[in-house]
Design a protein around this ligand. Structure first.
Ligand SMILES: [Zn+2]
Length: 111
């Protein structure tokens, strides 16, 4: 990976982290306990509970993704970043731009 590619990838990861933190912040506001006399517009309590569990699922997956991206950002400085852990070939830059947390190349995932 060239220095330019690395910089591009770092910028990308940082913007993704920013975006995730923002959506985690928004989701947190909606994951508050549902009070019995809840009056969120026209939502019934059941609907409020349903939307709460959806938000919790979104929040959890966002947190997992955030953790992976933060790790990728740290690993980016390691000399073996972007190297497939199985075949030790470089992972194509295009793949890293889609999934920066990739540790195996497409060939090894499929194989
Ligand atoms: Zn591989």
């Amino acid at each position: 990976m060239t220095e330019e590619e690395k910089k591009e990838l770092r910028d990308f990861i940082q913007s993704e982290i920013g975006r995730l933190k923002e959506s985690i912040g928004l989701a947190k506001n909606t994951v508050q306990p549902v009070a019995p006399d809840n009056a969120i517009g026209r939502l019934t309590r059941m609907e409020a509970i349903n939307s709460k569990s959806i938000n919790e699922a979104t929040l959890n997956s966002a947190k997992i993704k955030l953790g992976r991206l933060e790790k990728a950002l740290r690993d980016l400085e390691e000399p073996d970043f972007g190297i497939c852990v199985r075949c030790e070939e470089p992972i194509p830059f295009g793949r890293l731009m889609i999934l920066p947390e990739s540790t195996v190349c497409v060939k090894c995932i499929e194989g």
